[in-house]
Ligand binder design. Structure first.
Ligand SMILES: Cc1cc2nc3c(=O)[nH]c(=O)nc-3n(C[C@H](O)[C@H](O)[C@H](O)COP(=O)(O)OP(=O)(O)OC[C@H]3O[C@@H](n4cnc5c(N)ncnc54)[C@H](O)[C@@H]3O)c2cc1C
Length: 396
């Protein structure tokens, strides 16, 4: 893996970090950067580093989840890293779903162009009027009418919908089935009549655009052919769970990349900023404590995530569900503490967009919410732990 990581680091230094000042500048939108990002994507392909998570047959590197986790850390050091290598959320999860459950025709029509980076996609599950943390309860429906499904639904936080070619949408198809068998996933090309982006939702004051956005969307009399059903009818919940397991490893390793970059910036600043002639910030005990605590927490977080990735590779994500819950809330917490300390060490500079710290502080607050809020993971984990202590349990 080391030569691969070195090659990725070279692309990051030569081509990606130099784009960051324009990405962070308020007058430049994501769309303005697209031509330059396309050029970087060509370099990534030429160097054989494209789509690290995909099998070689789909033009990817064929890495295992544990190997991809290491790559994800490197790419996470910049807000543009994953996009440049075509392994950005939500496309990465959609590619994995299509790879595992797509029919040959779905793979041809949707997965191949996604794998080549010719199109983008989005994932449409959460609804404004229902709790996203309970995905078994939602209102969007798809009613079968002959050889089509008619979709009616209101979703939001359909990230990257603007400019995407298709959505994978979660809808109720079997309302009378048991709780976890009611929903299905459908592939909706976004030029289908009846699909509408209502708005890009401002996140911490920034509406974003193109890939870099989160949309409120409506499906109104939106009809797709039955061939667009992904997996069997009624299996939407199971597929969503399957998508989220590796997805949480992807996010957590990306957050560790962010932590490492923030740590690096914090230490550089501490070592060079003088608080009085000849006295640096790094000589202050409180700053030293922040640096030591951050180092320990990042190391611990990385080990937990790599352990979880290995468990998923070896025993599957159901058996690894405790490990997955642990990393989701633990690493999100580390991320926020490290970012906060790094900003504090930078003083006023920390809240400007002259470093990526403020960008991450704004956009990664959501880390404790998406893919399962902290509280839901903690409750699920503690319940499973306590089961072994129940008086009638024989697990102990
Ligand atoms: C930046 C961002 C990007 C996103 N991208 C996507 C996307 O691409 N596609 C998509 O479908 N969704 C996306 N989401 C939505 C995300 O998955 C949901 O926000 C998440 O599942 C939580 O659902 P909710 O917002 O409805 O909060 P709710 O379910 O209403 O929960 C609110 C709060 O209640 C608490 N809570 C909830 N349940 C429990 C419980 N059982 N016990 C104790 N406390 C509880 C938690 O503190 C939680 O934060 C995104 C969200 C964000 C912020």
């Amino acid at each position: 893996m080391q030569p691969t990581l070195t090659a990725i680091r070279e692309v990051m230094c030569e081509h990606i970090y130099p784009l960051e000042p324009d990405f962070l500048a308020p007058e430049t939108g994501f769309r303005d950067l697209l031509p330059r990002l396309e050029a970087v994507r060509r370099v990534v392909k030429e160097r054989g580093l494209w789509a690290p998570h995909l099998p070689e047959a789909y033009g990817g590197m064929g890495l295992s989840l544990s190997e991809f986790a290491l790559v994800s850390e490197e790419l996470g050091r910049s807000p543009l890293g994953h996009y440049a290598f075509n392994c950005q959320a939500p496309d990465v999860g959609n590619m994995e779903l299509l790879l595992e459950h797509g029919t040959p025709a779905q793979k041809e029509k949707f997965l191949l162009p996604l794998a080549r980076g010719e199109i983008r996609s989005c994932f449409s599950m959460t609804e404004p009027d229902h709790p996203g943390s309970n995905p078994a309860w939602m209102a969007a429906t798809a009613v079968r009418e002959g050889d089509h499904y008619r979709i009616e639904g209101h979703k939001w936080f359909t990230s990257s919908a603007e400019g995407a070619a298709f959505a994978i949408v979660m809808v109720i198809t079997n309302p009378d089935a048991s709780r976890y068998r009611r929903a299905s996933m459908l592939i909706v090309p976004l030029d289908t009549p009846g699909f509408r982006v209502v708005r890009n939702i401002p996140v911490m004051g920034h509406p974003g655009e193109d890939y870099h956005s989160h949309a409120e969307v409506r499906y109104e009399n939106c009809r797709v052919p039955v061939e667009n059903l992904l997996g069997p009818e009624g299996h939407g919940f199971a597929l969503a769970q399957e998508r989220l397991g590796p997805g949480r490893i992807h996010h957590c390793m990306r957050w560790i990349g962010i932590c490492e970059r923030a740590f690096d910036l914090m230490c550089r600043r501490a070592a060079t900023r003088q608080v009085a002639p000849g006295r640096t910030l790094g000589e202050q005990g409180v700053v030293q404590a922040w640096i030591a605590e951050s180092r320990a927490e990042i190391n611990a977080a990385r080990m937990l995530v790599l352990h979880a990735a290995r468990r998923i590779d070896e025993v599957g994500q159901y058996a690894a569900r405790d490990d997955i819950s642990i990393i989701k809330f633990y690493v999100a917490g580390v991320l926020q503490r490290v970012l906060d300390r790094a900003i504090q060490v930078h003083g006023a500079l920390g809240v400007t967009d002259d470093t990526p710290l403020a960008y991450w502080y704004r956009h990664e607050r959501a880390a404790r919410i998406y893919d399962g809020p902290d509280e839901v993971h903690k409750i699920a984990l503690a319940r499973r732990i306590l089961r072994a202590y129940a008086p009638e349990s024989s697990e102990r």
